[in-house]
Ligand binder design. Structure first.
Ligand SMILES: Cc1cc2nc3c(=O)[nH]c(=O)nc-3n(C[C@H](O)[C@H](O)[C@H](O)COP(=O)(O)OP(=O)(O)OC[C@H]3O[C@@H](n4cnc5c(N)ncnc54)[C@H](O)[C@@H]3O)c2cc1C
Length: 345
């Protein structure tokens, strides 16, 4: 039975405040929520058990692994967040290469989004499955039978996941959104190696001419107290073996690793699969407005990195804050020129 829940997480703002639901509590969703909270009643939902999305950290009995993003490069889109994390002692410089500083999160990359989530209303374990326009509101349905009625919805999921919801809801969208492409990633988490092994001075290496894209030593980085290695296969190998049995992928990948590093002895190994890893062909604009009060943002728009996610989040937050400050502009967008004159799929 479908039950109706009346946006319980959101603080009660002035009656005139727009209610905004952000779908996806990855970096972009949380940054958007923070950017909008002065002007809107905003909440974030995520289908996962916790926040972070592709900023993912897994703990086993002894070890800790970042198994999504390993680091961020300090570029302008992330500077403000970086200052915040630095002040809270959440991040440290890992290494500098080609004059670019690479920062990591001391407690694992997911702690960065946990930090942002402290200042926002977030609900986890809720998967958005449907969307409908009714009486000037967006009605969002969840697989738990939860329903939210809001003025604005902002999707920050990998774009194909958002489009699945649009399709299930028979909602038209610009055909260009279907052209955005992400690589897949197969990621090995290796712990308890019998003999400690040093891959490189700082513990991060991208081997040349190999199906292995990167090797990240979590102990050397400072995330794990015991030996823990994250090995990411390149896009081609990940795509080729994505549906192969885990044991086959692990056997082949550890074989390849030992060819590169004959003295490395893999210990207990698990496999993590990312269907949407890094955007290879992005949308070309920093966010998309699909309809009145319906937006998409995230790294599919800003580019394949934390900086890309932040760039998109920042652009959409500023755009919406501007609309708030100049409501007459909303009329131009919603009644006047259509942002998407192209055929809808
Ligand atoms: C293996 C790997 C290695 C990487 N390495 C790096 C790196 O070293 N440096 C770097 O800068 N970048 C790296 N990246 C890329 C970086 O992690 C991403 O670009 C960035 O985290 C994307 O953030 P986002 O908020 O746009 O999307 P996401 O983090 O994907 O957030 C989207 C959220 O939406 C949620 N969601 C999806 N569907 C639904 C639904 N129906 N209902 C509710 N919630 C939903 C998801 O659970 C997820 O939490 C890597 C990515 C991967 C996978």
């Amino acid at each position: 039975m479908i039950s109706e829940v009346d946006f319980p997480l959101v603080k009660i703002g002035p009656a005139s405040m727009l209610k905004t639901l952000v779908v996806g509590a990855g970096l972009s969703g949380l940054m958007i929520a923070l950017g909008l909270q002065d002007s809107r009643d905003v909440a974030v939902v995520d289908k996962a058990r916790g926040v972070g999305g592709r900023l993912a950290t897994r703990r086993t009995d002894n070890a800790k692994f970042d198994h999504g993003a390993q680091f961020y490069k300090l570029k302008p889109p992330l500077r403000e967040m970086h200052e915040r994390w630095l002040e809270r002692q959440l991040v440290k410089l890992w290494f500098t290469e080609n004059q670019e500083q690479h920062f990591y999160a001391v407690g694992g990359m997911t702690t960065l989004t946990k930090d942002l989530a402290q200042d926002t209303s977030v609900i986890v374990n809720e998967r958005a499955v449907g969307l409908e326009r009714k009486n000037q509101k967006w009605v969002v349905t969840f697989d738990s039978a939860r329903i939210e009625k809001v003025d604005e919805v902002i999707f920050t999921c990998p774009i194909p996941q958002t489009l699945e919801i649009f399709k299930m809801s028979s909602l038209a969208y610009p055909a260009q959104l279907s052209e955005v492409v992400y690589s897949k990633a197969l990621v090995l988490l290796i712990e308890d190696s019998p003999t400690p092994f040093r891959f490189q001075a700082h513990g991060y290496v991208e081997p040349q001419n190999s199906s292995i894209f990167s090797v990240a030593d979590q102990q050397e980085k400072g995330v794990s107290e015991v030996n823990a290695i994250t090995v990411t296969l390149n896009a081609e190998a990940s795509d080729q073996h994505f549906d192969s049995p885990d044991e086959d992928v692990i056997r082949q990948a550890t074989g390849e690793l030992q060819k590169l590093y004959p003295n490395f002895e893999p210990g207990i190994t698990q496999l993590k699969k990312w269907r949407y890893c890094q955007v290879q062909k992005s949308f070309g604009e920093l966010f998309a407005q699909v309809s009145d009060g319906l937006y998409l943002a995230g790294d599919g728009f800003g580019g394949a990195s934390l900086n890309g996610a932040a760039r998109s989040a920042d652009a959409l937050s500023k755009h919406l804050a501007h609309l708030n400050a100049h409501p007459q502009f909303i009329d131009v967008i919603t009644k006047g020129k259509k942002k998407w004159p192209t055929p809808l799929s």
